[in-house]
Write a protein that binds this ligand. Structure first.
Ligand code: CA
Length: 226
C-alpha cells in the first residue's frame, strides 16, 4: 500500500514513516503543501495523510484543490487538538477521516485500513490475476500465489496501469522507494520470481503465458489479456 504523508513536523513524520513502514506500507513524505498537492495529483497513492497546518499551502486548500480536480484518493487529515472547526470544514471539503494529534501509529494504521476496505478498488483483477489489496494476497482462479510483500507491490504497481511499460528505475523508485544503484538487477530478479510463482499454478493453455512482459530496452509491463 502506498501512502503519501504531507507533514512538516519532522518528529511526527519520522514516527509515522517508521511505524507504517514497519507494518509493510510504502511511505512517501513531503513537508509542505505545494509539494503535497503536486505529488497527490499523480494519483499514485492509496491514501493521503495530510496535515492541516503546513508551510506554503495549508492542508484544507490542498484537499479542496484535489477534490476539484476529481482526485478521489482517500484523505486522512491530521489536526491539532484545537482545530475542531478545521476538522468539520475538512470533512465538508471531502476528507474521509481525521485524526487528532497526538495519536498512536496503530490508530493511523487502523484508519488507513478502514479506508482501503471501504475503497471499492480493494480488489484489483486483470486477466487471470486477482489482487486483494487489503490482505495483500494474490490469486489466480482461486489459487493463492504465495508472494512476498515486495513481489506483491511490484505486481500491483504493474497491474494498476496494465498495458503501460514501466522502466526499471520507475519500478525501483516506486516499489523499493529509495535510490538504488541503477545498474542493480533486483527488479529483474523479483520479476523472475513472480513469473515462476504464477507459472507454477497456471494450468492448461495458460501454461507458458507470462503475465509480465519484458519490453526490450525499456522495462516491463503487465500484459492486458485479449
Ligand atoms: Ca503542521
Amino acid at each position: 500500500m502506498n501512502i503519501l504523508l504531507v507533514e512538516d513536523e519532522r518528529k511526527i513524520a519520522d514516527f509515522v514513516c517508521d511505524g507504517l513502514g514497519a507494518r509493510g506500507m510504502m511511505l512517501e513524505h513531503v513537508d509542505n503543501g505545494h509539494a503535497g498537492f503536486e505529488r497527490a495529483c499523480t494519483g499514485d497513492f492509496d491514501v493521503i495523510v495530510l496535515d492541516i497546518m503546513l508551510p506554503g499551502r495549508d492542508g484544507l486548500s490542498v484537499l479542496s484543490a484535489l477534490r476539484q480536480k476529481d482526485i478521489a484518493t482517500p484523505v486522512i487529515l491530521l489536526t491539532a487538538r484545537n482545530e475542531l472547526g478545521d476538522r468539520i470544514k475538512g470533512l465538508d471539503l471531502g476528507a474521509d477521516d481525521y485524526l487528532a494529534k497526538p495519536f498512536y501509529v496503530e490508530e493511523l494504521f487502523a484508519r488507513i485500513h478502514a479506508l482501503t476496505r471501504r475503497d471499492r478498488q480493494g480488489t484489483l483483477q486483470v486477466g487471470d490475476i486477482r489482487l486483494d489489496r487489503v490482505t495483500r494476497q494474490a490469486s489466480c482462479h482461486g489459487h493463492v500465489i504465495d508472494l512476498t510483500s515486495r513481489e506483491f507491490s511490484l505486481l500491483e504497481y504493474l497491474m494498476r496501469s496494465s498495458g503501460l511499460v514501466f522502466t526499471r528505475s520507475q519500478i525501483l523508485e516506486h516499489v523499493w522507494g529509495y535510490d538504488f544503484d541503477p545498474t542493480t538487477n533486483v527488479v529483474d530478479v523479483c520479476v523472475k520470481r513472480i513469473r515462476a510463482k504464477i507459472e507454477a499454478i497456471a494450468t492448461g493453455d495458460r501454461k507458458g503465458i507470462s503475465a509480465i512482459e519484458a519490453v526490450r530496452g525499456s522495462g516491463y509491463r503487465f500484459r492486458v489479456p485479449p
